[in-house]
Design a binder for this molecule. Structure first.
Ligand SMILES: [Fe+2]
Ligand SMILES: [Fe+2]
Length: 123
């Protein structure tokens, strides 16, 4: 899976790690394995990914903090609701919804946010 590289390297690192974990999850789903633990691992990783961006947005008073956080919160709630769902359901959710969402999120608000972090020299 390919994702867009942004103007702020720490965000790219977080995104690339997440994609690796997502690919592991999708592989296990394709092999119809029990993904309970991998799904929890993935949810934890997404939470950390979002907390990382939100922390910096707050620290540097980013103007679009709230719309960006709202997009994060919506998807995190969806991920919580996946617990205990069958593999077919999970596969469909990730392929038809989560991946297009992530692509779009990175192409839009994450791109703007990364540009801002780069501009202020966020650390
Ligand atoms: Fe992100
Ligand atoms: Fe984001």
């Amino acid at each position: 899976m390919q994702i867009k590289m942004l103007n702020y390297e720490p965000m790219n690192e977080v995104h690339l790690n997440e994609v690796k974990l997502l690919e592991k999850l999708l592989k296990e789903l394709d092999e119809n394995k029990d993904v309970t633990n991998t799904l929890e691992e993935f949810i934890k990783d997404v939470k950390e990914h979002f907390a990382f961006e939100e922390g910096l947005m707050k620290k540097y008073d980013f103007f679009a903090y709230f719309p960006h956080k709202m997009e994060h919160d919506k998807i995190i709630n969806e991920l919580y609701n996946l617990r205990g769902k069958e593999n077919e359901y999970l596969k469909k959710y990730f392929k038809e919804h989560f991946i297009p969402w992530l692509d779009n999120h990175i192409l839009t608000i994450d791109t703007v946010t990364a540009g801002f972090f780069n501009m202020v020299g966020a650390k």
